[in-house]
Design a binder for this molecule. Structure first.
Ligand code: F6R
Length: 613
């Protein structure tokens, strides 16, 4: 939700800002802008509607600056226009903002009484007006005073016109990470903007004020006490955030899944011995997750948003089957307002690629406040959810740039499998031999994903057919239903084709009336225990004329007249089929979007990291 970057240093600030905005563009891409101190110590602002490439075309080569801020916007308050694009200025203050100021209307009225009138429709401009109204030459004091009036979430980078070369920053809720390099100081919403300059960075803690100059970043509390940052190191390199020969980030990230899964699974496999036999089991000692987290539980609640929540649906099925503890899956934006019943015997698992999703973070905070145990499955190291959770399981999928989540999803699935196997072993529900057998089967899915990717031409044929559809259904039972939900969101978000995921047995209770020859059905039949039931459900849609695309276990006996296309999965036991089937659905969504000529990586209206409610 909006990407922000600030730079003070020895290089051309415009180059650093514009390349940083390109890296951050997945966070928002409806308009962009920069403000820089020029050599005469004045601030120049350039903004444009559209993508960062359009802003780049407006920035003159002769614009010399060594300090500035840049923003790429995902509109919340106010439509997409040049006026609403950031940076916003008022008096001495020029700022960029990521987040939402909830009380901006009340503030606007108060500030209007003091003679300040906004020109944009944004909450961010009101923040600029507020800070300017409190500024008497001491930037840190103005920020400290301003945040006392602000409700909501914010990450601000602020230039004060009488302090050239300096950027002041503060955040609450929305993320900011920073690094100091030989070429200067940089701050941004996300590590991907810093990667080309440094692998070492620190997360700006909430309610600390950072002041960036070309030689240092100083941190102080709101009352002026100096603070030393804790640096983290990422293992990613610049190439992990580039396309590396693929047409789109999404395509690249789909193909990265064998590596990503290997990084999630393999380092957690540890050799155990019992009665002279050796076993490889999941072990989270290095993650700092003791078995006691899984013992004495009365229930588990999994809460997340979107794709991460769909991974949680799979987690529920696994937990209930192997750990035999009741599990509920809640959408985080609902959970946080439901006054849930939680205690120390409840484990709340939050799942988030970014670790910054506002609703998931709020759900985690609620769980902690109510005394539940908390464990988070997170991809981004040092993110808010990772830092605030009782325990963290990092997926190590590497940076995910495409808005549609792919490798992060399968890595979240892998995390659930490992966690469930370990928990069931620790709780005595699985013997060491069973746990080792399942763990071995999990590791074996890695090469099977490569086999799925080899069926590239089949996916293109299917997608060619889907490009003409207006509506589509995904149907499945059990794990296949959980996966249908994921397949449906993936297709919707990037191809703009309306689709719904349905539990296959539920269609006939109303929705079957929507099935016609114009409505393709993607039927998942990877689970042998419900195969006869699933075949009946496929017959039901077929009898209504549906064009059926079947994704099935290779040995599933299904009459040929029941489908138009069939994708067979590699030989894997049913429990692990979701990995291979997920890749099939990702490829179908990807190709459909591409063949429809759409912006695969940056679909309309969306942004990667949803840091607002
Ligand atoms: C869909 C997608 C979203 C995210 C959701 C949660 O492809 O990416 O549905 O899964 O916004 O994001 P995280 O995992 O960052 O909390």
């Amino acid at each position: 939700m909006c990407g922000i970057i600030g730079f003070s240093g020895y290089e051309r600030a415009t180059d650093v800002l514009l390349s940083g905005l390109s890296a951050l563009e997945y966070r928002g891409y409806d308009s962009a802008g920069i403000s820089c101190f020029t050599k005469d110590a004045k601030i120049t602002t350039i903004k444009s509607v559209g993508k960062v490439s359009e802003l780049k075309a407006l920035v003159p080569g002769e614009l010399k600056s060594d300090c500035g801020i840049g923003h790429t916007r995902w509109a919340t308050h106010g439509g997409v226009s040049r006026t609403n694009a950031h940076p916003h200025s008022c008096g001495n203050v020029t700022l960029i903002h990521n987040g939402i100021i909830e009380n901006y209307l009340a503030l606007r009225d108060t500030l209007a009484a003091g003679g300040r009138t906004p020109v944009s429709d944004t909450d961010s401009e009101i923040a600029a007006m507020l800070i300017d109204s409190l500024y008497t030459g001491d930037a840190a004091a103005a920020l400290a005073a301003a945040v006392a009036h602000l409700e909501g979430a914010y990450a601000f980078c602020v230039l004060f016109s009488d302090q050239p070369g300096k950027i002041y920053c503060i955040r609450k809720g929305s993320p900011l990470v920073a690094c100091q390099t030989e070429m200067g100081s940089i701050i941004a919403s996300d590590m991907v903007a810093l990667l080309r300059y440094s692998k070492d960075y620190f997360v700006l803690e909430e309610n600390l004020i950072a002041c960036l100059t070309r030689d240092e970043i100083t941190l102080t509390t709101l009352d002026g006490t100096p603070v030393t940052p804790d640096y983290l190191t990422v293992t990613w390199d610049v190439s992990s955030a580039q396309k590396n020969g693929f047409k789109h980030y999404m395509e690249k990230e789909i193909h990265e899944q064998p590596d990503a899964l290997s990084r999630t699974i393999m380092p957690r496999l540890v050799r155990y011995s019992e009665n002279g036999t050796f076993y490889m089991l999941p072990d989270f000692t290095a993650d700092g997750i003791p078995d006691s987290v899984f013992l004495g539980l009365s229930r588990i609640i999994i809460t997340a948003c979107g794709t991460a929540m769909h991974a949680g649906m799979m987690g529920k099925l696994l937990f209930e089957e192997l750990l035999r503890i009741p599990v509920t899956v809640d959408i985080a934006s609902e959970f946080r307002y439901q006054n849930p019943i939680l205690d120390e015997n409840t484990l709340v698992i939050t799942v988030s690629q970014s670790g910054e999703t506002a609703d998931t973070l709020a759900a985690l905070r609620l769980a902690r406040k109510k005394g539940a145990r908390t464990l988070s499955i997170v991809n981004v190291k040092g993110s808010s959810i990772a830092r605030e959770s009782g325990h963290v399981f990092y997926t190590h999928a590497g940076p995910e740039i495409a808005v549609a989540s792919t490798k992060a999803y399968t890595a979240q699935l892998a995390a659930f499998y490992l966690i469930v196997f370990r928990a069931a072993y620790a709780a005595g529900q699985l013997s060491i031999a069973e746990c080792a057998k399942y763990t071995e089967q999990l590791a074996a899915i890695i090469p099977s994903i490569q086999q799925v990717l080899e069926q590239k031409d089949e996916f293109t044929k299917i997608s060619r057919h889907l490009t003409k559809a207006n509506d589509l259904f995904f149907i499945g039972r059990g794990m296949d239903y959980a996966l249908s939900c994921e397949g449906s969101i993936k297709l919707k978000e990037i191809s703009y084709i309306h689709s719904e995921a349905y539990a296959a047995g539920e269609l006939k209770h109303g929705t079957l009336s929507l099935i016609t020859s114009e409505v393709p059905v993607i039927a998942l039949a990877t689970q042998h225990d419900v195969l006869p039931k699933m075949v009946s459900n496929i017959k039901e849609v077929r009898a209504r004329g549906a064009f059926v695309i079947l994704v099935a276990a290779a040995d599933a006996m299904i009459e040929e007249e029941l489908y138009d296309f069939r994708i067979n999965l590699p030989q894997i036991s049913d429990r692990f089929a979701p990995f291979a089937a997920a890749v099939v659905l990702q490829m179908i969504a990807y190709n459909t979007s591409y063949l429809r000529g759409l912006d695969v990586d940056q679909p309309r209206h969306l942004a990667k990291s949803v840091t607002v409610e």
